[in-house]
Design a protein around this ligand. Structure first.
Ligand code: URA
Length: 217
């Protein structure tokens, strides 16, 4: 797996990351969602540099211009529900791709900190020989991503995989390294050192789904 730590160098991305982490600013859920979207746009732009392109003749009012346009068949798959604003950010740029949505939630069978990932909702086109873009804003333990990948693999083997994450924990990144094939790229905006006992990223930002859409039962 190739890791592209997009937030490693200073850019406008720093502001979006700072705002989603800031406990005062993140209370504005509209701004929180829009910042996650903006991060999706930045990461999507970076990932677009690794895709395949072919020359296409474009007729202008004055002549023909040869434009190099993306030739990949992309399936953009997001993990519900926290992935929705990130999905929208990617879709703002990759506006004509196919889409997949898979739910993954942490089920605590013993009402303690231990959890298993449960997939309930699954809607995906076939992914055989396509470019799979897998969006999950918080790469914490890495279990949601691997569970969702196992689920979507039933629809085919992708040509290549691009994982898009906003904040990842070092241990979660280590965990997914061995679970995804070699032709996988990780595009990530921020990498944090720790996970707490509940599997939350520290310093992280809290619960991305709750911040975007409100608390759940
Ligand atoms: N999901 C979140 O929303 N936040 C975390 O820190 C980890 C998982």
């Amino acid at each position: 797996m190739q890791i592209h730590y997009v937030g490693e160098n200073n850019s406008i991305l720093n502001k979006f990351i700072a705002e989603i982490r800031d406990q005062k600013i993140q209370k504005d859920s509209l701004r929180f969602r829009r910042n996650i979207e903006r991060i999706g746009e930045v990461l999507g732009y970076e990932l677009s540099k690794k895709l395949s392109y072919k020359l296409v003749d474009i007729q202008t009012p004055l002549g023909v211009s040869k434009e190099s346009l993306m030739s990949n068949s992309i399936v953009l798959c997001s993990i519900l529900r926290a992935g929705l604003p990130l999905h929208q950010g990617l879709l703002n740029y990759f506006d004509d791709v196919e889409n997949a949505f898979i739910s993954a939630y942490r089920h605590h069978p013993n009402n303690d900190d231990a959890f298993e990932i449960v997939v309930e909702y699954f809607a995906s086109p076939e992914i055989q020989d396509k470019t799979l873009v897998l969006a999950d804003p918080m790469l914490a333990t890495g279990q949601s991503l691997t569970t969702v990948f196992e689920a979507i693999k039933k629809t085919g083997t992708p040509k290549e995989i691009h994982i898009i994450a906003v904040i990842g924990a070092k241990s979660g990144i280590e965990f997914i390294k061995n679970k995804f094939p070699k032709n996988t790229h990780l595009w990530i905006a921020a990498i944090d050192d720790e996970l707490n006992e509940k599997g939350y990223i520290v310093p992280g930002l809290g619960d991305a789904g709750d911040l975007a859409f409100g608390e759940k039962l």
